[in-house]
Design a protein around this ligand. Sequence first.
Ligand code: PMP
Ligand code: GLU
Length: 402
Amino acid sequence: MNLDPVRMLAPRLQSMEESATIRMAQKARDLASKGVNVISLTLGEPDFDTPEFIKKAAYDALQRGETKYTPVPGTLNLRKTICEKFKKENNLIYTPSEIVVSNGAKQSIANICMSVLGPGDEAIILAPYWVSYVEIVRFSGGVPVVIAAGIEDDFKPDASKIKEAMTDKTKLLIFSSPCNPTGSVWTEHELRAMAEVVASHPTCLIISDEIYEYINFESDHYSIGSFDNMQGRVATVNGFSKGFAMTGWRLGYMGGPQWLADACNKVQGQITSGAASFSQGAAVVALESERTETIEMKKAFLKRRDLMLSLLKKIPGLKVNLPKGAFYVFMDVSHYFGTSNGSVTISNADDFAEIMLTEAHVGLVSGSAFGDDNCVRLSYAASENDLNEAANRLKNTLAKFS
Ligand code: PMP
Ligand code: GLU
């Protein structure tokens, strides 16, 4: 007798959405495997290879015999190096016991949410948001409270809206700066306004997701956890995937108050244990480096951003703002809602992404997964050739819609 998945799967799973970024990336791969020449601008992943000196450091770690379990929160050496990085680059003071290294920043965020959220506890999420925040909050038993800002506000909700959304059930405030999917960067002034609101709430902890720290084109990076009134109030999340092009190494970390680090350590100890030993060995060398390759990659992203923006401007109807960081353009495509090419109609952002994949063979991700139904996300972490070709295809395909 076959098991019935509907009876088998737990409610928390039945109500969970699959990651839209990963789903659209897979769809693009599936189409490509059928021989279609697809340009996938779906996944937020640097197209650069991991810098050679980091690969060598992993090899050296393996040669040294770093092939065993590490302590659950990470090797002491890596946690000390992270503390130095936090102090030097972010003006954040953490001790090694307040750091937990995980299998990607994604796990760091999940550890925190599982540690903090009980049934009915609320997590305020600034929208547009990274796809996984809402699902991780729900999976942890919490309730996402979404506060949104549109393109006219550079996609950054005002601190007064955060204040309005706070209740006695608020436990978390989650945001990323530079932001995935919008590329928006919160200024020091805006972060201070946010901090002011949070500081007077008795139970609100901030998850400051700073994974795009090094891909910031215009300003200095500010960590909200460094402000005087934020001591003990912030979990600073970061990782190696973006700045060091190490997505496959699965390494992220968080620094936070001791009680939170202890809780994350406990959660992780029951689920995955420590991250890969030789990834951690290599990460020490990555963090101790001068960031030369990181800066080169940032320069390349900036060049591509400007190229992409100039190409998108030539496509009528697309509304685009200036992303100041990360490697995404989050464009308002609502102009095309209700239009048809005679065989298919674009009714919403999901249709737009779907139709651009099937008709233009360009992979994008619908904004609905990021909390904005008018937009789609395009990742320009791709070659200039691909970006030129993708823009051409979008232009030609959209020209048929009226
Ligand atoms: N936060 C944001 C904003 C992201 O875009 C991503 C995607 N890479 C992550 C966290 C997770 O990164 P990773 O698990 O690869 O460290
Ligand atoms: N974070 C990247 C993205 O937003 C990678 C995919 C994922 O983990 O969601 O596309």
